[in-house]
Write a protein that binds this ligand. Structure first.
Ligand SMILES: C[S@@+](CC[C@H](N)C(=O)[O-])C[C@H]1O[C@@H](n2cnc3c(N)ncnc32)[C@H](O)[C@@H]1O
Length: 270
């Protein structure tokens, strides 16, 4: 199976679970914490100018549906995992909010030039097989002065580097033990479901590199934010207050701030 198909199926299988992570009050897992913070920063960064707002790789629509449309905004979402779009429609119906959804690959979107005033692209770049093409597509469909809010896992974060290292060891160990013992280890010790391992793409990026890419494509980067300071390796149920405290502490220091697990850039089409 091609990597893109694996990614599409993996997210398709997770549609409901993904949505539920947002629905629950802040879970005591760093992954859920990260999603909540990412959404919050993205919504804060968006200057509401009216017009059409598109969420590229919208998943179950939890970000775009959180957008206040009192300012005459129209919401759009696109994703290549069809079950995600079903879930997005269900969520929109339950919240009684209009949402237009499209099944499309973000590398070639079925929209005309300069159709959107703003675009969110959160948690998608790390799965794209052509990052330049994805960002160029966003540029093509944005109006002049339109805003792109894009997130990346931060390669320069020591938290991510240490986490990736230990996750690599952990996966190698749990993969090599008999399935009964693996199930026990994963569910009891690591606090996870015994899901199949995901061999899809899950890249990390240097924010300086993405900044340069955006500028080469024709964006002006206006703001860069970082968030989430912690580890996921053991998925221990730490109190989310701890993550919050770490974040407040890091935001008081420009160097520490850049250690955040996720980086969000706000870029404007020039
Ligand atoms: C990590 S989830 C993030 C969902 C949502 N943006 C959020 O922040 O909750 C990534 C989503 O991007 C979608 N996706 C990944 N690559 C894509 C591509 N090339 N075209 C369209 N959707 C894509 C996946 O199907 C998945 O729903």
């Amino acid at each position: 199976m091609k990597t893109e198909d694996r990614i599409r199926h993996r997210f398709g299988d997770e549609a409901q679970a993904w949505s539920e992570r947002y629905d629950r009050p802040l879970e005591r897992s760093i992954h859920a914490y990260n999603l909540h913070r990412r959404r919050q920063h993205a919504l804060d960064l968006l200057e509401e100018t009216g017009g059409r707002v598109l969420d590229v790789g919208c998943g179950p629509g939890n970000v775009i549906l959180s957008l206040d449309i009192s300012k005459r905004l129209e919401r759009f979402g696109c994703d290549f995992a069809v079950p995600m779009l079903h879930q997005a429609r269900t969520n929109a119906r339950l919240q009684d909010k209009p949402l237009h959804v499209f099944s499309a690959d973000a590398l070639s979107m079925p929209f005309g030039n300069r159709q959107f005033s703003s675009i969110f692209c959160l948690g998608v770049l790390e799965y794209a097989n052509d990052v330049v093409q994805l960002l160029s597509e966003c540029h093509r469909i944005l109006q002049t002065h339109g805003q792109l809010i894009v997130s990346i896992p931060n390669l320069t974060s020591p938290f991510i580097q240490i986490d990736d290292f230990f996750n690599g060891i952990k996966n190698a160990v749990t993969r090599s033990v008999p399935s009964g013992m693996r199930r026990w280890l994963k569910t009891n010790l690591l606090g996870r479901d015994d899901k199949a391992y995901f061999n899809g793409r899950n890249r990390r990026f240097d924010p300086r590199h993405v900044r340069c890419l955006l500028e080469q494509i024709g964006f002006v980067v206006q703001e860069t934010r970082y968030h989430t300071y912690g580890f996921s390796t053991l998925n221990v149920r730490l109190d989310s207050k701890l993550f919050r405290r770490a974040e407040v502490f890091a935001h008081h220091n420009k160097t520490l701030e850049r250690f955040g697990w996720t980086c969000i850039l706000k870029a404007v089409r020039s």
